[in-house]
Structure formats: structure tokens, C-alpha cells
Design a protein around this ligand. Structure first.
Ligand code: PMP
Length: 411
């Protein structure tokens, strides 16, 4: 532990500054092109509409918007969420008691950890996996059961093997849940296919496990077929669904949600009271009135078209600049914000980062998304922020950085 005059907790002692933050320190310097940040394009935010509604609800609904809310969340927003759940997922028959509004889905992840995990418990996660989920769960000191992510979702043989091993060693009761970002996973852009979703539910039923399905990107599909959610397949008793308005509206509102069995929601409400009493009334009501007035699924269409254009540019630029490199591969997602670019195995994208930085092009090394410390030859490339011309230029710089790294001998 670092030296300090303060007596921090054991947990605080384990907290490390985020690798991503460190790496992207210089990503904003003039002339830099960053594929690092996974934030949506601010030009897609409906700022004029939100500004108008904000003014109205502060003046006219101040008794709600400037006051504490109930911990469960704004009932007006929950009403809108129930409508959206039906439209997006075809999930019906839910009531207010199945919903908890959180401060971003990041808080939802933290609450999942708080109400389900004791130190030493197991959580099944992917390699690669969403870093924020790993960080949230790590607060509870669990053990990760890691399964490889293939092009169509988790490696199901590994899932079964890991779970069978736990059962044979008498540890299965400590496996609390399977975590999966079902659509256009952060970081890989991979969508778990229908067959694997069904198998996950079958396994969860066989071993009486919960599945935590995290789906911030599902509505950002620009082509291909909608895949039914794991919650739709497995039902509310088997699956906890997390979602957020960060990608379809804007992250600054910090509104996420948990959709789950009533008894799980009740526990999470108690846990949330200890964290922040309630989510901000002002942004909850702002989102509620926005959803009432506008069709968010229609409003988001131009943004989705823009992301598709940028994704196509990235994939084309990768083909043009890395198509000749044997063993290099990349995902070609049908939605979301990320492409996962993998170099031949002997290369380490963390070591290459220095060369990329010199060329003023930024990405996140795959190592950041591994549930254990191990080098990676992959990188997360977000296509949502840079303009199309910058995407082409950035990938060219990346190839140049790769060549410099390759001849440096620092493999
Ligand atoms: N889950 C996943 C898979 C994400 O990619 C993100 C955001 N990048 C989150 C949860 C958290 O989002 P928010 O807290 O903004 O809702």
C-alpha cells in the first residue's frame, strides 16, 4: 500500500487510478485523434428540447424537481420506462415495483454487487469485459470466473466447464451471477447470439443462478436483426436487466435503471438509501417529460445513422491499412460504439501505446478489459466521436505507429 499519513480502509488501499484515465491524459492535445473515449457524440444530444423542458419543470414543477425524490425514482419516469421496456424488448406485465432508477447504470452495477456479493463469492464474466462492471464488482472482493468471448458471445463450453468445476468442488452456491453485456459489448462490439442466450438461461435454470444482463447499446443497432433480450427469454425471476439513458439520450443526466424481481429491487432500494438517498429529481423529471413529449426511439435515428457511417469508415480504414497484416482481425459490429481490433498474438497493445501516442492517435489497450492482469494484443477502438476524415487519418497513424513499434524490438 502507498505511504500515507491517513489510515485508509483495506478497500481504499486496493483502489488504483484508472488505467484509461492515465492513458488518455494527452488525448485532447491539439491535432490528436482519439478512439479512446466511449462517450456519445455531443452533437446528438437534444440540447434545445432539454433546455426548454428544464426551464418549464423548474418553474412549474419545482415542488418535485427541486425536492428530494423517493428512493425508487420518479414515478413519472418509471411510467415512461415501462412503456419503453414494452416497445424495445416486448417485456410486458411489469409494475413500478420491478423498477429502480439509479444514478447511471454504473450505480446499478454497484448495487448489484452490494446486494448479491460477499467477499470471495464468484461472478462469471467475459474476457474481455466491461471495465466499469469489473470495478464495481471488485468493491465486493469477489473471484472472477472468466470465459472467453467469441465472435457470437461467451464460449459456452467454457461457461459449462467453469460451472461444472465449481459444482464438483462444492462451491457452486458461491457463484452469484453471470454478467453479460448482451448487445454490442463494451469493449468488443460483440453481440451474444440467440442460441447462446437460450443456453445461458438453460444453464442458469439448471444451477439456479441469476443472470445480470447489461444492455446500454441494444437500441443503437444500425443493421441486422434484433435479438430477443436474455430477460425476455429467461424471465424476471432469473434475469436482472440493467439499462441507461446515457446512450439514447445523454449521459449527463446520469439516469440508469434496474429491472428485476420485486424482492431484489426492495433490497437495492435499501442499499441505495445508504449511498445517496435518491437519484436527482431534476434530471429524472427532465427525462420523464422529454419521453412524454418526444419519441426517443425516433429521435435517436439520425445518431444511429451517423454511428453506422463512422463504423463503416473505421472498418474500411482498417481493411485498407491493416488488410495485409497476417493475423490482424477486427470486429464489424451491427451497432453500438466499439470495434475490437486484434493484432497478431505476439504484439502487446500496451507496449505499442507509446508509439501511438507519439503519432497522436489514441486507443484503449485490451489489457484494460481483462478480468486479470495479462497483456493483450487487442485494442478498443471507439468510432463515435472523431469525424469520418479523422477516422481514416487516425488509422493511418496507427499503422505507422505499429511499424515503429514492430521495428523497435520492444515486443
Ligand atoms: N454498462 C456498460 C456496458 C457500459 O458500457 C456503460 C458505460 N460506458 C455503463 C454500463 C455505465 O453507463 P452509465 O453509468 O452512463 O449509465
Amino acid at each position: 500500500m502507498e505511504n500515507s499519513r491517513y489510515q485508509f480502509s483495506k478497500l481504499a488501499g486496493k483502489l488504483k487510478s484508472s488505467m484509461i484515465r492515465e492513458l488518455l491524459k494527452y488525448a485532447n492535445v491539439p491535432g490528436a485523434i482519439s478512439f479512446g473515449g466511449g462517450t456519445p457524440d455531443p452533437e446528438t444530444f437534444p440540447r434545445h428540447e432539454l433546455a426548454q423542458i428544464a426551464s418549464e419543470i423548474i418553474e412549474k414543477e419545482y415542488k418535485y424537481t427541486l425536492q428530494y425524490s423517493v428512493t425508487e425514482g420518479d414515478p413519472e419516469l418509471i411510467k415512461q420506462i415501462l412503456v419503453l421496456l414494452k416497445r424495445v424488448y416486448g417485456i410486458d406485465g411489469l409494475s413500478n415495483e420491478n423498477i429502480l432508477i439509479t444514478v447511471g447504470s454504473q450505480q446499478a452495477l454497484e448495487l448489484v454487487g452490494k446486494v448479491l456479493l460477499d467477499p470471495g463469492d464468484y461472478v462469471l464474466v467475459g474476457d474481455p469485459e466491461y471495465l466499469g462492471a469489473l470495478s464495481a464488482f471488485r468493491m465486493r472482493d469477489p473471484q472472477f470466473l472468466v470465459v472467453k468471448f467469441e465472435n457470437d458471445g461467451p464460449d459456452m463450453n467454457m461457461v459449462e466447464q467453469r460451472i461444472r468445476d465449481l459444482e464438483e468442488s462444492g462451491q457452486i452456491r458461491y457463484l452469484k451471477f453471470i454478467y453479460v453485456v448482451s448487445n454490442f459489448q463494451n469493449p468488443s462490439g460483440i453481440t451474444t447470439n440467440l442460441e447462446k442466450r437460450k443456453t445461458l438461461v438453460e444453464i442458469a435454470e439448471k444451477y439456479d443462478l441469476l443472470i445480470v444482463e447489461d444492455d446500454p447499446y441494444g437500441v443503437l443497432r444500425f443493421k441486422g436483426e434484433f435479438v430477443p433480450s436474455i430477460m425476455k427469454i429467461g424471465g424476471i425471476e432469473r434475469v436482472i436487466l440493467l439499462n441507461t439513458f446515457s446512450k439514447i439520450l445523454c449521459p449527463g443526466l446520469r439516469i440508469g435503471m434496474v429491472v428485476a424481481d420485486k424482492s431484489i429491487i426492495r433490497k437495492m432500494v435499501l442499499a441505495k438509501q445508504g449511498s445517496d438517498l435518491c437519484s436527482p429529481s431534476l434530471t429524472m423529471r427532465l427525462a420523464a417529460r422529454y419521453l412524454e413529449k418526444y419519441d426517443v426511439l425516433e429521435q435517436i435515428k439520425p445518431a444511429i445513422a451517423l454511428y453506422e457511417k463512422k463504423k463503416n469508415a473505421m472498418v474500411k480504414a482498417l481493411e485498407e491499412n491493416f488488410g495485409d497484416l497476417e493475423g490482424a482481425k477486427w470486429t464489424d459490429p451491427e451497432g453500438g460504439l466499439f470495434v475490437w481490433f486484434t493484432l497478431p498474438e505476439k504484439y502487446d497493445t500496451m507496449k505499442m501505446f507509446r508509439f501511438a501516442e507519439q503519432n497522436k492517435v489514441f486507443y484503449i489497450p485490451g489489457e484494460a478489459f481483462r478480468p486479470y492482469d495479462q497483456p493483450s494484443s487487442s485494442m478498443r477502438m471507439s468510432f463515435c466521436l472523431p469525424p469520418v476524415e479523422d477516422i481514416y487519418e487516425g488509422i493511418k497513424r496507427l499503422r505507422d505507429a505499429f511499424e515503429k513499434y514492430r521495428i523497435s524490438g520492444e515486443l
